[in-house]
Design a protein around this ligand. Structure first.
Ligand code: IVH
Length: 676
C-alpha cells in the first residue's frame, strides 16, 4: 500500500526535524528541545514507517536503531590506506620531528601546525556518496577493514545525510569513535548494579561496542565521533590547509574537536601540549596525546610518507593512564554508615603523574568476577580525579596463585556481624556507633566543612580522639575537649589546641540545615537537609513527622523518608541530639516554615466517588500543596471532593456541613492553589 501524499510529506518533515535536533544536540552541544519531545517525534516517524514500509529510506533517522544482527562483518578495501602516526614520547622527540620537517621542507622560518587532541577510541572511515552515508569501515590492517556500516548508523552524532551543500560527491572522512567519560561511567554503574560485565575503559568500550554483531547493542551504547582527516575526495583537497578543510565539516553535520588550533613552530606545539595536558581530565572524553599536523597541504604532499606513517604528522603522547603493578593485599574498610568496601593495597606505581598505592574494589562480587587475588599482577587505571581501579589481572606469570578472596563475616573493626543490605550487594557492619570505624567516620562527617565546620579538627586527630576514648559521640567534642587534654595529644601544640577550642565554640552557632546534614542520617545529603529545614522550619516538627508527612518534602522519596523516620525513633540518636543542644549547639528556627506557607497547609481533604484520574496521583498533588488527604470524613474535614456516584462519605459530609466541591473545582485548585 502506498502512503498518501500528506503522509509522505509528514515523514519527510519529521526526518528533517529529527536530523536538525540531532545536529544541535550532538554537534553543537546545544539541544533545542527536551529529550522526551525528541523521542515523540522519532516514535511518530517509526510508526509511519512501520505502516508504510515504502517510506523507509536508508538515511532515515529510524535506521539508527534497528537493523538485523550480522552473521559476521564483511570486508572493505580502503581506497586510500588508513595510516597510523609516529609517536613522540617526550619533548626531545617532538623537537626532532620539527627539525626533520623543516629540513625536508628546506625552510628557515617556523612551520604552522594544526594541533588537535589524540582521541582514545577506534579509527573509522566514513564514506558519503552524494551526501548519503553509504559505508563505514574500521581501520583493520590499514588496507582492509571491517564493514561496520550498520553499527555506525546507530551513532547519533554520525549524520546519515550531510546537511547544507557544497560537499564533494564522494567524501571519505576519517574519524575516531569514542565513548564520552560520563556515558562510560554511567554504563559501568548500571552494569555493576545489575551484576553484569563492566567495560574496562572508554577505549575498549568504544571498540567493543562498535564491533558488536547485533547493531541493537551498539545502539544502546553512548558513542560519539570526532572527525580529524580525509580519505578519498572527488575533486581533490577541500581547502589549502588541513585546519580549513576540517572546519568545513561541522556545517555538513560532521563533528570535529572544538580544541583544533593552529600553532606556530615548536614553541607553539609545546604551549598547546602544556595547556591541554592541564585540562586533560576535564574534557569529558579520554585523550592519550596531542596530534600535530603540518597545516599546509602542499607542504604535506612534499613531505609524504615513511612506511605507514606520514612524515607531516606526529602524536606527542601523554603519560599512560594504565600501568601494571602487584596486588599486595586486600583490606576491608568500614564507611560512615557501616558499608564494607574491599580496598586493594598495591606496590606503589606512578599512573599519569600520581603515585598510587590503593585502589577501590567496590564489592566482593566485583573481585569474584574479575578473579582478583593477592599476589597477582594487575592492570591499574586512573582517570583524572577518579579513584584508581583495577581493570584486570595479567595472567600467565605464575601457576600458583593465592586462594580466592573471601569477605569476612564479622566487622574487622568491632567484631559485629556483617549483614547484607536491602539490595543484597552491600555488606554492612551491624555495630552502628558501637563500631569505632563508624564512630570515627560519623565524627569526621559531623565536623566537616559543610556540616558544623569545625576548623582544625582533621581526620588524623579524630582517629586519635576516638582511639583514646576521649570522644565517643559528637557531643563529646564539646564536653571533653579542654585545652589541657588537646595539648596532650600527638602533633598538637598549645596554640593549635587553643585555636581548636575557639573553632569548637564558633561551630556551635549553626543552621538547622547544617545540623541535620551533620547528624549523618542515611541518604540525607546537603540538599535534602536543606529541604527538610525549609519545610519544617524547626527540629521538633521534623522529629514528630510521620512517613507520609515526610514524603511531601521536595526530594524526599519513600526510602529517604523511611531512613529519617527510623533515625528519629532511636533512643541513642535522640540522646545525641539532646546532648548537643545542652552543650550549646544552636540555630534560629524559621518563623514561618514552608509547610505553613503552602496554600493548603493545615487543611484536611477527603476524596470520594469516581474521579477521572488515579486517586494516588491526585492525592500526591494535593499533598504537595500542603494538604492532608484523609480516608474518612469527620468534623476535622475541611473539604470533600466528590466525583461521580459518590455515596456515604458525601452523605456524611452534608450532614456535618463540610464544604463539598466537584472535580472541576479540584482541578482549578491544583492549577492555581486557590480554594473555592
Ligand atoms: S590523524 C595519517 N588525528 O590515532 C594520519 N589520528 O596512531 C592519520 N587518532 O588511527 C591519523 N585522534 O585512530 C589523527 N586527531 C587525530 C587523532 C588520531 C586519534 C588515532 C587514529 C589513528 C591513530 C594513529
Amino acid at each position: 500500500m502506498d502512503a498518501p501524499p500528506e503522509t509522505i510529506e509528514r515523514a519527510r518533515f519529521l526526518r528533517q526535524q529529527i536530523d536538525r535536533y540531532n545536529y544541535h544536540y550532538y554537534v553543537l552541544d546545544d539541544p533545542l528541545i527536551p529529550d522526551s519531545d525528541f523521542d515523540r517525534l522519532l516514535r511518530e516517524l517509526q510508526l509511519l514507517e512501520e505502516k508504510y514500509p515504502g517510506l523507509v529510506t536508508s538515511d532515515s533517522p529510524t535506521q539508527r536503531v534497528g537493523a538485523a544482527p550480522l552473521a559476521a562483518f564483511g570486508e572493505i578495501q580502503h581506497r586510500l590506506p588508513m595510516l597510523s602516526l609516529g609517536n613522540a614520547l617526550d619533548d626531545r622527540e617532538l623537537e626532532e620531528f620539527d627539525r626533520r620537517v623543516r629540513e625536508r621542507l628546506e625552510i628557515g622560518g617556523q612551520v604552522v601546525y594544526a594541533a588537535e587532541p589524540k582521541l582514545d577510541g577506534l579509527a573509522i572511515s566514513l564514506r558519503y556518496e552524494a551526501g548519503i552515508l553509504v559505508q563505514a569501515a574500521t581501520r583493520g590492517d590499514g588496507m582492509r577493514g571491517e564493514d561496520v556500516t550498520q553499527n555506525v548508523r546507530t551513532i547519533t552524532s554520525v549524520p546519515l545525510r550531510l546537511l547544507e551543500n557544497g560537499w564533494p560527491d564522494v567524501l571519505e572522512v576519517r574519524c575516531e569513535v569514542y565513548m564520552p567519560t560520563a556515558g562510560f561511567e554511567e554504563f559501568n554503574k548500571s552494569a555493576l548494579e545489575k551484576g553484569e560485565k563492566t567495560l574496562a575503559n572508554p577505549r575498549n568500550a568504544a571498540a567493543g561496542s562498535l564491533r558488536q554483531l547485533d547493531p541493537k547493542i551498539t545502539a544502546q551504547r553512548p558513542l560519539a565521533i570526532f572527525c580529524y582527516g580525509f580519505g578519498l575526495l572527488s575533486g581533490g583537497d577541500l581547502a589549502p590547509t588541513h585546519s580549513a578543510a576540517i572546519r568545513l565539516l561541522p556545517k555538513w553535520g560532521l563533528p570535529v574537536s572544538p580544541e583544533l588550533q593552529c600553532v606556530e613552530g615548536l614553541t607553539g606545539c609545546r604551549d598547546y601540549f602544556q595547556q591541554l595536558a592541564k585540562r586533560r581530565f576535564e574534557l569529558g572524553y579520554e585523550i592519550d596525546g596531542i596530534v600535530f599536523k603540518v597545516d599546509d597541504m602542499r607542504q604535506q604532499r612534499s613531505l609524504g610518507f615513511v612506511a605507514r606513517h606520514p612524515r607531516w604528522a606526529i602524536a606527542r603522547k601523554f603519560p599512560p593512564q594504565e600501568k601494571t603493578t602487584r596486588l599486595l593485599a586486600i583490606d576491608v574498610q568500614v564507611g560512615r554508615t557501616g558499608a564494607i568496601t574491599p580496598v586493594a593495597r598495591l606496590e606503589p606505581v606512578n599512573v599519569a603523574g600520581v603515585t598510587v598505592t590503593n585502589a577501590t574494589l567496590h564489592n566482593a562480587e566485583e573481585i569474584r568476577r574479575k578473579d582478583i587475588r593477592v599476589g597477582d599482577r594487575v592492570i591499574l587505571r586512573r582517570a583524572g580525579d577518579v579513584i584508581p581501579q583495577i581493570v584486570r589481572v595479567v595472567h600467565g606469570e605464575s601457576d600458583s596463585r593465592a586462594p580466592a578472596f573471601e569477605m569476612p563475616a564479622q566487622c574487622p573493626e568491632c567484631g559485629s556481624d556483617l549483614v547484607r543490605d536491602g539490595d543484597g550487594v552491600v555488606l554492612r557492619c551491624s555495630g552502628g556507633l558501637f563500631c569505632p570505624a563508624q564512630r570515627k567516620e560519623a565524627i569526621k562527617h559531623f565536623a566537616s566543612r559543610r556540616a558544623l565546620d569545625i576548623e582544625g579538627l582533621g581526620d588524623k586527630l579524630v582517629d586519635q580522639l576516638v582511639e583514646k576514648g576521649v570522644v565517643e559521640s559528637p557531643a563529646d567534642l564539646y564536653r571533653n575537649l579542654t585545652p589541657e587534654i588537646l595539648a596532650g595529644l600527638e602533633r598538637m601544640g598549645e596554640k593549635s589546641a587553643a585555636n581548636l577550642c575557639d573553632a569548637l565554640e564558633t561551630s556551635k552557632d549553626t543552621t538547622l540545615a547544617r545540623f541535620l546534614f551533620a547528624l549523618g542520617i542515611r541518604e540525607v545529603g546537603e540538599t535534602t537537609a536543606h529541604s527538610l529545614a525549609q519545610y519544617f522550619g524547626n527540629l521538633k516538627d521534623l522529629m514528630n513527622a510521620s512517613m507520609e508527612d515526610l514524603l511531601v518534602v521536595p526530594d524526599v522519596g519513600p526510602v529517604v523518608s523511611q531512613h529519617i523516620h527510623t533515625f528519629f525513633r532511636q533512643t541513642h540518636n535522640l540522646e545525641v541530639i539532646a546532648e548537643l543542644k545542652s552543650a550549646g549547639v544552636r540555630w534560629k528556627d524559621m518563623e514561618v516554615p514552608r509547610a505553613d506557607q503552602q496554600p493548603l497547609a493545615g487543611k484536611t481533604l477527603v476524596l470520594t466517588g469516581t474521579l477521572s484520574r488515579p486517586r494516588a496521583e491526585i492525592k500526591e498533588q494535593l499533598q504537595l500543596l500542603g494538604a492532608k488527604v484523609s480516608g474518612s470524613v469527620s468534623g476535622k474535614t475541611d473539604y470533600v471532593i466528590a466525583g461521580a456516584d459518590a455515596g456515604s462519605k458525601l452523605e456524611k459530609a452534608k450532614k456535618l456541613g463540610v464544604v463539598v466541591v466537584d472535580e472541576a473545582a479540584l482541578e482549578s485548585l491544583i492549577q492555581s492553589g486557590v480554594l473555592p
